[in-house]
Design a protein around this ligand. Structure first.
Ligand code: SF4
Length: 188
């Protein structure tokens, strides 16, 4: 089974608990105004990979606590990501998912398969006029954190990093996480 990815980051502390391998999938049908990743909306071929190859890359990354699926919309590729989730959990890693859907909207068999392979789900559309401003792991304050297994609880929120800056080997800058507006605008 294959996945269509936008990009990956082998190590991040700003996308869920601990250090995590982050997978941005390509394709999102939700179109939230002000989305931070509009380049991931189109359902066009981008970085197509076999599930087994992605699992191997994740499992070969030393010292990570888990994997995070974000996007784009992970539940648009739920069946393949469920396979990835099951495989990495079998290796002791945790699974964290950001989705634009509400939990109650995730009702298909494929959705349920990914939910069953998920430890923490952050769910809900991004609402530009309702920025979360310091709420860990959320872009807007309507979004909800669902602890789907006993692996984590609300205490995990206390250690969340707000934002990270990565300089890639080609010199380009990647900013990831959930910075407050004041950080983005350089205010104090
Ligand atoms: S669900 Fe996420 S990726 Fe999709 S449009 Fe909304 S904010 Fe962007």
């Amino acid at each position: 089974m294959r996945l269509n990815l936008a990009r990956t980051l082998p190590r991040s502390a700003a996308n869920g608990p601990g250090e995590r391998f982050v997978v941005w999938v390509q394709g999102c049908p939700l179109g939230c105004r002000g989305c931070w990743n509009p380049d991931t909306w189109a359902f066009r071929r981008r970085e197509v990979t076999e599930v087994a190859d992605l699992v191997a890359r994740i499992r070969a990354t030393p010292g990570i606590e888990g994997v995070t699926f974000t996007g784009g919309e992970p539940f648009a590729q739920a069946r393949a990501l469920a396979e990835v989730g099951r495989a990495v959990r079998a290796a002791g890693l945790s699974v964290f998912v950001f989705s634009g859907y509400e939990l109650a909207e995730l009702a298909t068999e494929a959705h349920r398969a990914l939910l069953a392979a998920t430890d923490v789900l952050v769910a809900g559309r991004y609402v530009e006029s309702d920025r979360a401003e310091g709420l860990p792991w959320r872009g807007s304050s309507n979004q909800r954190v669902h602890f789907l297994t006993a692996r984590y609880g609300p205490a995990a929120l206390d250690d969340a990093a707000e934002v990270e800056f990565h300089i890639d080997p080609d010199g380009s800058l990647t900013v990831t996480g959930f910075p407050r507006s004041s950080l983005l605008l350089g205010e104090h």
